[in-house]
Design a protein around this ligand. Sequence first.
Ligand SMILES: [Zn+2]
Ligand SMILES: [Zn+2]
Length: 217
Amino acid sequence: MKPGDRDGYGRYGYLDGDDERIICHECGKLYRALGTHLIKAHDMTAAEYKEAHGLPRGMGLVAPETRRAQSLHALSQVGTPEWERMVEKRNPAAASHARTSESFTHRGVVAERKAATARANIKGVRKPVTRRCVVCGELLTGVRGRATCSERCYHINRYERGAKPGARAWMERRDAGESLSAIGRSAGVSHVAVRVRIEKFRAYLKRCEELGRTPIE
Ligand SMILES: [Zn+2]
Ligand SMILES: [Zn+2]
């Protein structure tokens, strides 16, 4: 049997019904929640029922409206965006539309999907992804895809990822009075290259000092 095939009084892999009640695959009756009914009428656990009718193990056997009521109660976080979304979905006008057998089933499936999305959103909110600045460890908020928390940390990170060791030695020789050209000659580079490298290293040292960070050299 594949999802959507006729399966008893419902469809294999689907929890059919409307916003308020769902159909029991075994007997075709409608319930707000199936758990108790399955045991009493069919001597079946919820897990056995889901297994028999191709429903995901994690799926609740509860009508969307009832689930929302339960969620609202469980959330009890009045004022959060999740709460507002749930309240909107309880719009009673939507539930009073005429129900053809077609729309009956379709709306049940749509409602189930929406409920699943809402659950996923709630999980997302409760488990926020925490990312920290790779340089100073500050918690990152706002813009996604950034590895650092500030201009300063950004420049420190860029320097540390790209720099070859030796800049401090050049800086110290320069501070001791040696000329840029002399340092350059000994290293086989131009005096401009020496100057730029020393300037970049000084800027890096200054940022580290401001942050209380130990420089890489
Ligand atoms: Zn039944
Ligand atoms: Zn930082």
